[in-house]
Design a protein around this ligand. Structure first.
Ligand SMILES: N[C@@H](CCC(=O)N[C@@H](CS)C(=O)NCC(=O)O)C(=O)O
Length: 211
């Protein structure tokens, strides 16, 4: 069991996530890239996951490994850590907590939608239509009214919270999530502005230009 054993054999940070440019792993990759950190981008194939799951601190990904430290898990902890070290999270404790509140709000959405991913289509339709009728519009309006700034969450500067909001809006806005309309966030201009500002950020563009 390698649960809390510091990594001694590595020379640079390693971000472990599944081999897909999505969700909790991609927002951590973006944070590391925007922070200018030279990191190993370890992409796990689904077929290899079962064998390594129990070696991860909480049995899930993403996990950030740092030289000489135990592995760090939970996307928000990873993002806040990176953000604090590299100016992508507020130095002011209250402002930081406000950002973390919104980051938790994103996790609440994932907790509501993720269980529908593995449902058969009939159950998925029922569950997602219920989310579209209730949870998702409420989630979106709560997000909207708690974004103090624009175009980013806190105004003109990107923070890790923006990366998390971006990944969430991006999930739905392409219209590829069955039974959830691409227009689900149309009534939330501040939320959509965060998505667009991150999409258009030069550092984010350079990440995707790497291919
Ligand atoms: N609270 C955790 C949730 C982690 C999580 O559920 N990760 C998913 C991928 S996004 C996962 O590892 N799924 C595979 C599994 O649980 O076996 C976080 O924020 O990182």
């Amino acid at each position: 069991m390698g649960l809390v054993v510091p990594s001694t054999s590595m020379s640079k940070p390693k971000l472990i996530y599944f081999d897909a440019p999505v969700s909790r792993g991609e927002e951590c990759r973006l944070a590391l890239h925007l922070a200018g950190v030279d990191f190993e981008d370890a992409r796990i194939k689904s077929a290899d996951w079962t064998a390594m799951k129990e070696r991860m601190p909480y049995g899930a990904l993403p996990v950030l490994e740092l030289p000489g430290r135990p592995p760090l898990a939970h996307s928000n902890a990873i993002l806040v850590f990176i953000g604090r070290q590299h100016g992508l999270h507020p130095a002011d404790d209250f402002e930081a907590a406000r950002h973390e509140g919104m980051m938790q709000h994103v996790e609440d959405l994932r907790a509501a939608v993720t269980p529908t991913i593995r449902m058969g289509d009939a159950d998925k339709r029922v569950a997602r239509e219920a989310l579209v009728a209730g949870f998702l519009p409420a989630w979106a309006s709560h997000a909207e009214r708690n974004i103090p700034g624009g175009p980013f969450f806190a105004g003109g500067t990107v923070h890790v919270v923006d990366l998390k909001l971006h990944m969430t809006v991006r999930w739905f806005i392409g219209g590829k999530v069955d039974h959830i309309p691409a227009t689900i966030f149309d009534g939330c201009p501040k939320l959509v502005a965060v998505y667009e500002a991150v999409r258009d950020h030069p550092g984010v563009k350079s990440w995707y230009a790497k291919g």
